[in-house]
Design a protein around this ligand. Structure first.
Ligand SMILES: Cc1ncc(C[n+]2csc(CCOP(=O)(O)OP(=O)(O)O)c2C)c(N)n1
Ligand SMILES: [Mg+2]
Length: 592
């Protein structure tokens, strides 16, 4: 049988090293589906419940492997469904290629069924988007889509009208005017700034007495370099959410997360530092960084457009984190004065004690922080974590103690709900031998997580290690936003928008052949984790948590305190809110 355009798509992607495509079928893309079936020995296909999940999984694949993630959808509605996941990848600079079907070329422009201007639709999220109109064009479109994604860490989209997918492939375009003869492959450079620029940066860092580092996703592969530079500079290290796995949490000079979901030591360090070294991070909230003029700044980022964006840096180093930090090291003088580091160590020490007190404070029935406190020492060494967006992100950011060798990510820039489950599935396909943990709210589970558990039920027996634990914080509330309404807006909880129907996540898991566990007794949280992590199949661990434990920010402004006070007038859950806030605040002022 002659090779079709569909076959060529699969074969070329395979030459680029793609081994799996996440997607969903439809008549706009059936020519590629047939090809995927014929090429099943070299290209795997994961069928999701909803195309948005395919895009999230492709993004997760990129985050957990460093490779290009690929997702696929049919024309019209299928393609539209991909968008949110693609924006997630774009916001976090992840390389993803989307392949979408389109109606037949003969129908386009006729207000045809499922005809959508896909090039227009994808033009904002993609850096490269092209509709293939003749087979001879396909080779360079695929090569360019892959190269743009891989080299620039951007989103590419290939639009394939369905009638073209069945035509004979043109493997080698004619050698005539108007054709291209593209090739496969890309070797990433090692980008290091000029020696003179490095020296200027070193001069700033050497002159500082109180150096604060802020590291992000760009340092996930630069753990040794970050730690060595921090040691040399006597610096503390704060972490942006996407960089949580960059350095271990238990080190005394690691102040943990920064921002609204961050820690007090990170806040204090930024308030007091005289020098800021920011590496591989696009952390957005400038109010958590030093005040302008307070500190001298040096920043390292592989993407020059991210430099000096949140803080006016004195030296802007465009380069790879690991290589640039390595090149800086010989220029950095070891600080002999340990006062600053000791001060940071004092902050982190009392912070962990405070977190323990907060986690162990009474709540009804379970304090959500306790779930994370009990999990930390039980985290498997090589676990991969996927966190969703919600109140759990606070506890993930603050309470979980990650160790070296673990991976962890979430929807950072887009902060999209419903990313936890697909990220976990993407992690599982990327590393089937490693244990994976998803951390989700009940709202996120009802948005799409419970559907995607069906994908887990469909595939888990293929995974070398079936360990996948999905923690669901069942608080019957869209809790993160409920607290935002109280603290930012000064409004009481709006039951109509915030209450989430109760649902038995554990019983549902049992029903679809997974293991369901439910815990509603604080004394059983530790044993529940032990059991969840010991099962021989994917587990849903449903924790019935109290929605009225406040996710206290590291620093409360007068405005927030006022708003909170005014939200209490008309608060439908007043008694519980007051009790929990008092317990959390008392654990702060009376740590003993
Ligand atoms: C797709 C999407 N819709 C809405 C939001 C706004 N949002 C952020 S967190 C949140 C509540 C999440 O609720 P749940 O999953 O139950 O977690 P909880 O905060 O209760 O722990 C909402 C609505 C968002 N980030 N993403
Ligand atoms: Mg909830």
């Amino acid at each position: 049988m002659a090779k079709t355009v569909g076959d060529f798509v699969v074969e070329r992607l395979s030459q680029w090293g793609v081994k799996r495509i996440y997607g969903y079928p439809g008549d706009g893309i059936n020519g590629v589906m047939g090809a995927l079936d014929r090429a099943h020995d070299k290209m795997a296909f994961t069928q999701v419940r909803h195309e948005e999940m395919a895009a999230f999984m492709a993004c997760a694949h990129a985050k957990y492997t460093g490779e290009v993630g690929v997702c696929l959808a049919t024309s019209g509605p299928g393609a539209i469904h991909l968008l949110n996941g693609l924006y997630d990848a774009r916001a976090d600079h992840m390389p993803v290629v989307a392949i979408v079907g389109q109606q037949a070329r003969t129908a386009l422009g006729s207000h045809y069924q499922q005809e959508v201007n896909l090039a227009g639709l994808f033009s904002d999220v993609c850096d490269f988007v092209e509709q293939v109109s003749v087979p001879a064009q396909l080779r360079h479109v695929i090569d360019r889509a892959m190269r743009v994604a891989k080299a620039e860490r951007r989103i590419s989209c290939i639009i394939l009208p369905n009638d073209i997918q069945e035509l004979d492939a043109v493997e080698m375009p004619p050698h005539v005017h108007g054709t291209n003869h593209s090739g496969v492959g890309y070797e990433a450079p090692r980008v290091v700034p000029e020696a003179a620029t490095l020296q200027r940066a070193a001069d700033v860092l050497n002159a500082g007495h109180k150096v604060a580092m802020l590291v992000g996703a760009g340092t996930l592969q630069a753990t040794d370099e970050v730690l060595e530079v921090a040691d040399r500079l006597g610096a503390g290290i704060a972490k942006a959410l996407l960089g949580k796995a960059a350095v271990p949490d238990a080190l005394p000079f690691v102040t943990g997360s920064i921002g609204l979901l961050g820690t007090e030591p990170s806040w204090k360090m930024m308030q007091e530092c005289d020098t800021l070294l920011m590496v591989g991070s696009g952390f957005p909230y400038a109010e958590f960084l030093p005040k302008e003029g307070q500190a001298r700044g040096v920043q390292i980022d592989r993407d020059p457009s991210m430099l000096s964006l949140r803080y006016p840096m004195e030296v802007n180093l465009a380069g790879d984190s690991a290589a640039t930090l390595r090149a800086l090291l010989p220029l950095l003088q070891k600080k002999s004065d340990t006062k600053w580091r000791d001060r940071i160590g004092g902050w982190t020490d009392s912070w962990w004690k405070l977190l323990e007190k907060r986690a162990k404070a009474k709540a009804d029935p379970i304090n959500p922080q306790l779930v994370f406190w009990e999990l930390s020492p039980r985290l498997p060494d090589d676990v991969i974590i996927a966190a969703d967006s919600g109140s759990s992100t606070n506890w993930y950011a603050r309470d979980l103690k990650l160790r070296r060798g673990m991976m962890a990510s979430l929807s950072g820039g887009l902060a999209s709900m419903g990313s936890g489950m697909p990220y976990a599935i993407g992690a599982k396909f990327a590393h089937p031998d490693r244990p994976v943990l998803a951390i989700c709210g009940d709202g996120a589970m009802q948005m799409n997580g419970i559907n995607e558990l069906i994908t887990v039920a469909k595939y888990w027996k293929e995974w070398a290690n079936p360990k996948l634990v999905v923690l669901v914080l069942n608080n019957r509330d869209l809790n993160q936003v409920t607290w935002e309404q109280r603290v930012m807006e000064g409004d009481p909880k709006f039951l109509a928008s915030q209450s989430v129907p109760d649902f038995s996540y554990a019983r549902y898991a049992d029903m679809i052949g997974l293991k369901g566990l439910m815990v509603d007794d604080p004394a059983m949280v530790g044993p529940a984790w032990d059991q969840a992590l010991a099962e021989d199949r994917p587990v849903v661990l449903e924790a019935r948590t109290d929605p009225n434990v406040p996710p206290l920010p590291p620093h409360i402004t007068v405005q927030q305190a006022r708003a909170f006070m005014s939200s209490l007038f008309g608060e439908p859950e007043l008694g519980s809110v007051l009790k929990n806030t008092a317990r959390q605040v008392v654990s702060r002022v009376l740590p003993s």
